[in-house]
Design a protein around this ligand. Structure first.
Ligand code: ATP
Ligand code: MG
Length: 477
């Protein structure tokens, strides 16, 4: 036994010695050529096949890499000897990764495969037109040559599917932002991410139950619609426009959508993007199963300017963003046409299963080109709180159904709520404050609603009087 270990040790010593010689004596190019040659010889004798799955595939993130990482993180926990443990900032769970150069054996339908995680520093002298990540990460999968058809035919599909399930079940959603423009991080990503833990769900969202059910069904149809989109030749994406006054739940709806489908959110800050091509790059770096959000779209695209210049609806080539110091004639600006291409053009299809959501407080300000079907497939009006929505807020904040509350007060509430035009956000405030005392909550809410209704009535009559006066003046003018 001792002899065996001595032989192993001396072989390892010899290999280390050879490597040192290679490193010190031969220049790098020669070393690579030698290793390549060695690999060629080795490959012609070996009965194994090797597959490389790199993190970045050309310009796009390689989704297979992410899937493998997730898949292995579940099996790694039980079978690997050395794991790299991570707990992201604000994350609720610890995740496992294979350490650098560590291996893991997996089996599938009687086929044995070996995974190895390889991280190498990128050569600094490598020339590239675009900045590349400092590290090159990848998995090397090896299997017997005779099992190649199983590996390529079904094992990798199995890994993808398993990762999809795992992701839906366990993983924290991620919220990405481009708040630093499009500068790349050490891994070459222009998006920064944090775990997304918004507790909003369709259950907690206060809105008309029928409308809610319609949206949920639409989302499910979309998520399960791969074959439909394939068959009909449509890109697998869908656009939602959420509009309504502040505090009616537009952002909460986006969070509920993400939690419902298990998608990540890309919160696109348009004012941080300088050119259409930067916008395209950002789009290329988003992953499938994600919601790409542009909040307050009316503040991000200068539609007023366009209209003032008398530019028609079909010509949207020169609308630079407001608040930027980029002149209209500067050439390199974001334009509405760039944004439309982002959601609708050929580049919008460089990933699959993506939802675009735009929000606005002023739908009337938006260009019809932005609203047409195919871009924004569903227009969702988030309105002031209705009585059916109020019931949901009672359930959320007072933990009771309306039959447990004072029926007389509820009747009055029902009569006044539409006229009061209070947002769910305002009503939530009253309920949170009095959540330990249901009767007080109801009384105070009724008080606020009555005040609002009275104020609206007065405003309306004032407006009517002014309009009458204007008409009278016009008559005499
Ligand atoms: N429909 C709703 N259902 C449940 N809670 C709501 C709803 N609308 C608003 N809220 C509550 O009010 C808060 C603010 O809502 P939210 O940010 O979703 O509004 P918004 O429509 O996005 O407003 P803004 O137009 O100002 O962005 C939320 O945190 C949530 O607690
Ligand atoms: Mg919002």
């Amino acid at each position: 036994m001792k002899e065996f270990w001595t032989t192993i040790a001396s072989m390892m010593g010899l290999w280390a010695f050879c490597q040192t010689i290679l490193h010190t004596i031969f220049p790098q190019e020669l070393r690579f050529a030698f290793l390549k040659f060695f690999h060629k010889i080795f490959n012609s004798f070996t009965s194994y096949c090797y597959y490389e799955i790199t993190e970045v595939d050309g310009v796009n993130t390689n989704e297979l890499y992410n899937a493998v990482q997730l898949y292995l993180s579940s099996s790694a926990a039980v079978s690997a000897n050395r794991l790299s443990l991570n707990r992201g900032l604000n994350s609720s769970s610890i995740t496992f990764d294979l350490s650098n150069n560590d291996r893991l054996v997996d089996s599938y339908n009687g086929v044995k495969v070996v995974w190895e995680h390889v991280i190498t520093q990128r050569q600094t002298q490598t020339f590239s037109w675009r900045p590349l990540p400092e590290e090159k990460r990848g998995f090397i999968l090896s299997s017997k040559k005779k099992d190649k058809t199983v590996v390529l035919g079904s094992y990798l599909d199995f890994v993808m599917k398993k990762a999809k399930d795992l992701r839906r079940e366990h993983q924290d959603r991620l919220l990405y932002t481009n708040s630093h423009g499009v500068s790349l991080d050490s891994r070459g990503h222009p998006w920064e991410s944090v775990p997304f833990k918004h507790p909003s769900t369709f259950e907690t969202l206060a809105m008309d139950p029928l409308k809610k059910a319609e949206i949920m069904a639409d989302l499910l149809d979309f998520a399960d619609g791969e074959s439909f989109y394939q068959r009909t030749g449509r890109a697998w994406k869908r656009g939602y426009l959420l509009y309504g006054p502040p505090g009616t739940g537009k952002s909460s709806m986006i969070a509920a959508m993400a939690n419902y489908l298990g998608y990540d959110i890309y919160d696109l800050e348009l004012t941080e993007v300088n050119t259409n091509s930067e916008l395209r790059k950002l789009l290329m770096k988003t992953s499938s199963k994600s919601i790409i959000v542009i909040e307050d779209i009316d503040c991000s695209i200068n539609l007023a300017n366009r209209n003032k210049n008398g530019v028609g609806n079909n010509n949207y080539n020169a609308s630079p963003l407001p608040g930027s110091n980029r002149g209209e004639d500067g050439g390199n600006t974001i334009t509405l046409s760039g944004l439309l291409n982002f959601t609708d053009g050929l580049w919008s299809c460089c990933g699959n299963e993506r939802i675009f959501v735009f929000t606005t407080n002023h739908v009337e300000k938006l260009d019809p080109a932005l609203l047409r079907s195919g871009r924004m497939d569903m227009h969702i009006h988030m309105s002031y709180c209705s009585f059916s929505a109020l019931r949901i807020l009672f359930r959320n904040y007072l933990e009771c159904e309306d039959d447990q509350l004072d029926g007389v007060v509820l009747k009055v509430l029902e009569g006044v709520i539409n006229e009061a035009e209070m947002t769910p956000a305002d009503i939530s405030e009253v309920l949170i404050k009095n959540r330990c005392d249901k009767d007080k909550a109801l009384r105070e809410l009724l008080e606020s609603l009555k005040k609002r209704a009275e104020r609206n009535r007065m405003k309306l009559s004032e407006r009517n009087t002014n309009e009458d006066k204007d008409e009278e003046l016009e008559k005499w003018a």
